[in-house]
Design a protein around this ligand. Structure first.
Ligand SMILES: Cc1cc2nc3c(=O)[nH]c(=O)nc-3n(C[C@H](O)[C@H](O)[C@H](O)COP(=O)(O)OP(=O)(O)OC[C@H]3O[C@@H](n4cnc5c(N)ncnc54)[C@H](O)[C@@H]3O)c2cc1C
Length: 386
């Protein structure tokens, strides 16, 4: 991007090299076997990626949404699964403890999460509350000693099966907005990590349930004031949407690279298939649409970092970036499959995996429909309100 500083360009190069060395060689096997790239995750800690947005005085890299999106794009270009797990850890858990945690919470949890010794995740979605996340029913009931008893089930949680530290939202009152946040650790009595899902894509990113059966949570594990989490949750969703759009950009870029090379190499009717205008059309459209997504996403990330957006603007623009990038990546990956013909449909080439991974981003972090609702509500006001 035109505004990337030398440091940002250097970060992109470093992460690109890391992705080539540590993610690319493993991903086909891990995707097939639905296994997590644990060694690579720990190495992200050595690179300073795991606490990318946490302030330097709290042990993080002190970087912003632009750098986080760069990391997502560079890793996403070769292995979107590990990148999704990285996002759940760095943006949904670590960033939130850094931004909202007390000094004690930060010093207790951040060092191990930032070094990669521990894996983090975030629990918001529930079996009965996905798009309508404020319909969550997981409850934390305050006890006379100040602690809470946490009961309920979270589902679809990235890093659920492998994680150690979870940033969990629960109701502490009867109204939709009585949402509080708790740091829940593996090993707490009554906490188990339920079922692991077998998925179409993002297969090297473990997804599962978090089950809370009267888990006693000490008061010092509540993040922020009781009932005060809705705004912080929404702010984090905005950051999640712009950074996850980076994964879509990476997938699209990866698919375009494979399809372009194939169009040069593959010959039919005595010519490279890239000489056929219908192949050129797909490649040109993919490249133009990737470029549009890249400009929108990084501009929104930069506007976040430069403090140019109020809360509503941040929500609408991050929804636009995610909607455009997610749809674009699925279309580009599908077109790449078409360009590769029969090979595109097999595991001989990575484009079928890229298409399966791309589809998730039209669902996770808010579906395409929810993104459209956010955008239309801003355009139409009350007429489009739920
Ligand atoms: C691989 C994966 C990883 C995930 N990781 C996490 C995680 O780490 N933490 C976490 O908390 N959650 C996570 N999620 C959950 C994810 O955010 C939800 O799946 C998503 O928000 C959609 O919720 P739902 O699946 O319950 O679908 P539903 O809300 O049941 O939606 C079903 C369909 O109805 C549509 N729909 C719903 N409401 C409306 C409406 N008002 N108007 C029009 N259409 C509507 C939806 O767009 C969708 O097409 C993950 C999901 C997946 C698949």
């Amino acid at each position: 991007m035109w505004f990337f500083s030398d440091e940002q360009k250097m970060l992109a190069e470093t992460v690109r090299q890391f992705a080539r060395d540590e993610l690319a060689p493993q991903i086909e096997t891990l995707d097939h076997e639905e296994k997590f790239n644990d060694p690579a995750f720990r190495k992200m800690g050595d690179l300073g990626l795991l606490g990318i947005s946490v302030k330097e005085e709290d042990g993080g890299a002190g970087l912003g949404a632009v750098e986080a999106t760069i990391a997502m794009e560079e890793m996403g270009a070769v292995d979107a699964s590990s990148t999704l797990s990285y996002l759940a850890h760095a943006i949904l858990c670590v960033n939130q403890i850094g931004a909202n945690g007390s000094a004690e919470q930060k010093s207790k949890y951040l060092p191990d999460l930032i070094s990669g010794k521990k894996i983090g995740g975030m629990g918001m979605s529930e079996p009965g509350a996905g798009s309508d996340m404020l319909g969550m029913t997981t409850k934390a009931v305050k006890q006379s000693d100040g602690s809470y008893l946490l009961t309920g089930t979270k589902t679809w949680i990235t890093n659920g099966p492998t994680g150690d530290t979870f940033y969990v939202y629960a109701k502490t009152g009867d109204s939709k907005k009585d949402v509080s946040t708790f740091i829940v650790e593996r090993g707490m009595a009554g906490f188990s990590t339920g079922k692991k899902f077998s998925k179409m894509g993002m297969r090297a990113s473990p997804t599962g349930e978090l089950v809370f059966d009267q888990v006693k949570i000490p008061e010092e594990n509540r993040v922020g004031n009781e009932g005060g989490s809705v705004k912080r949750m929404m702010v984090n969703l905005d950051l999640e949407r712009v950074t996850i759009a980076g994964i879509s950009l990476g997938i699209a870029r990866g698919a375009i690279e494979v399809a372009t090379q194939y169009a040069k190499d593959r010959k039919q009717f005595g010519k490279a298939i890239g000489s056929f205008q219908m192949i050129q059309e797909r490649l040109a459209e993919a490249s133009a649409n990737y470029e549009a997504g890249r400009h929108l996403t990084y501009n929104v990330a930069k506007m976040f970092d430069d403090g140019l957006l109020n809360g509503k603007e941040a929500s609408v623009l991050s929804a636009k970036a995610k909607l455009q990038a997610a749809q674009m990546a699925t279309k580009v990956a599908l077109d790449a499959i078409q360009i590769l013909g029969g090979y595109g449909y097999t595991r001989e080439f990575p484009v079928e995996r890229m298409m399966r991974d791309a589809k998730l981003i039209e669902i996770g972090a808010g579906t395409n429909e929810v993104m459209r609702m956010i955008i239309a509500r801003q355009m139409l006001g009350e007429i489009a309100a739920l």
